[in-house]
Design a protein around this ligand. Structure first.
Ligand SMILES: [Zn+2]
Length: 58
């Protein structure tokens, strides 16, 4: 079994969300730096970021 099998798919940043875009950026930087806990932190924040999929219809 590999680490990848144990890791759930990373969350996608919500479109048009600047905070998610920033978290996605930070996640990429952490990933590039080999900072796995930094990547995990960003993933948690992306998952928990409020408002996603709950936006009222226009
Ligand atoms: Zn967001």
């Amino acid at each position: 079994m590999t680490d990848q099998m144990l890791t759930p798919a990373p969350p996608e940043p919500a479109p048009d969300c600047k905070i998610c875009a920033r978290l996605d950026e930070l996640r990429a930087l952490a990933d590039a730096a080999g900072d796995k806990s930094g990547v995990a932190d960003c993933n948690v924040l992306l998952r928990r970021h409020p408002g996603h999929k709950k936006l009222p219809p226009p």
